[in-house]
Design a protein around this ligand. Structure first.
Ligand code: GLY
Length: 395
């Protein structure tokens, strides 16, 4: 049965001549041809759909919508895992695009989660020096984060270790279509992992003038976890509005102060360090992963809040508030197998945000704001790690 359409929301990412809408609603994939016609002024002659094995039903719906409207559709399917988000996979997709004789104005349509969107976006950025990309995110995490803002790329394997998103380009989409019907096929674990980015946006809301977002999440969490459609639309619209404001102000992450895009790394330097620990790294099959990215981000948020509190930047009760929200979301608040503080610091130093060997960490301030701190005190960072060591915390 076709789901009942809900009133869609549209948030614009204001980037002068590269501004674009993020449309959030349901039944959007079935209406893809009309959305492309509105975006490009005419239905594209051809389109290339990149999807992954987890979302074949959603990809088929998008392709059917386009072919029945008269658009020639070719496609490629990738394996959406961190090890497979590779130059080899990119090369295979580009080769398929070449075989499909895609022209400069023919869009790539990414249907999938963040890995698929990043890889397809990078393929679109480089094929013929750039063709349009339309992002159709199918996970909560990619709807509120990865699909908006134009970061695209693949991982690089260097001497046996995976360097995340080390090769890429900024390539803003022409359109983002977040169809919440696709969230129905997510496992609870995947859905909850996406909430970590929403909590992060809530903790930073004061930077763009919306200090109410975290409170809104707390109040509406039962309806969010029940995936109540109107509540999901509101959640995603709020998070996207926050991200759109940040991206519009600092597209290329060059600002060191004010509402800079670097603030979106809150919790991520800890999360990336966790993800480099072999026993906690992303696995080929995400269903077996010891930690999903969003779960590592949830831990990173607690660690960053603890570091901030240790430095006297925020009151300590903020740590408990975050921990309690993370717990209600069903996300982890502690992890086993963390190595010593020194080893973790060296993992943090390997983060690609490190500049000139100086560790740069986003730390919290009162009023749902944050700032970039260079070389924070190592004891404060150690306190952050201790806060998420399994077995260390007792309420
Ligand atoms: N995901 C962080 C950013 O888009 O900048």
């Amino acid at each position: 049965m076709t789901p009942r359409p809900h009133t869609p929301r549209t948030i614009r990412v204001e980037l002068a001549d590269r501004a674009y809408p993020v449309r959030i609603g349901n039944t959007l994939l079935a209406d893809l041809a009309a959305a492309l016609t509105e975006t490009f002024g005419t239905l594209p002659r051809a389109a290339f759909v990149v999807s992954d094995a987890n979302v074949q039903g959603h990809a088929a719906l998008a392709m059917q919508a386009l072919t029945s409207a008269g658009c020639r559709v070719e496609s490629a399917t990738i394996t959406a895992t961190e090890p497979q988000k590779s130059l080899d996979a990119l090369s295979r997709v580009l080769t398929e695009m070449g075989k499909a004789r895609l022209e400069r104005t023919d869009p790539v349509i990414a249907v999938g989660g963040g890995i698929t969107g990043d890889l397809a976006g990078f393929a679109a950025a480089t094929y013929r020096r750039g063709v349009p990309i339309v992002q159709c995110p199918t996970t909560l995490l990619s709807m509120v984060d990865a699909s908006v803002g134009g970061k695209t790329g693949v991982n690089l394997e260097v001497e046996g270790s995976l360097q995340k998103n080390m090769v890429g380009a900024f390539h803003q989409p022409a359109l983002v279509l977040a169809d919440i019907d696709t969230l129905a096929t997510l496992t609870d674990r995947q859905f909850r992992a996406g909430l970590a980015e929403c909590i992060k946006h809530g903790l930073l809301g004061g930077c763009t003038g919306d200090a109410t977002h975290r409170e809104w999440i707390t109040t509406n969490l039962d309806a969010i976890l029940a995936r109540q459609p109107e509540t999901l639309l509101e959640l995603i619209a709020r998070s996207v509005a926050f991200k759109a404001a940040i991206v519009a102000g600092d597209e290329r992450e060059l600002a060191d102060s004010g509402p800079s895009r670097a603030l979106l790394n809150l919790g991520h330097t800890f999360a990336h360090a966790i993800e480099t620990i072999p026993s906690l790294s992303p696995t080929a099959d995400p269903a077996d992963a010891p930690l999903l990215h969003g779960e590592a981000v949830a831990l990173g948020l607690i660690a960053a809040a603890t570091t901030s509190a240790h430095l006297g930047m925020v009151p300590t009760n903020l740590i408990d508030n975050i921990r309690s929200l993370v717990t209600r979301c069903g996300l982890p608040t502690a992890v086993a197998d963390l190595p010593t503080g020194d080893t973790l610091l060296s993992h943090m130093g390997a983060d690609k945000k490190t500049v000139g060997g100086v560790l740069r960490l986003i730390l919290l301030l009162p009023g749902f704001r944050a700032e970039l701190c260079e070389s924070p005190d190592h004891r404060a960072i150690g306190a952050g790690w201790d806060a998420i060591r399994a077995g260390r915390y007792s309420a």
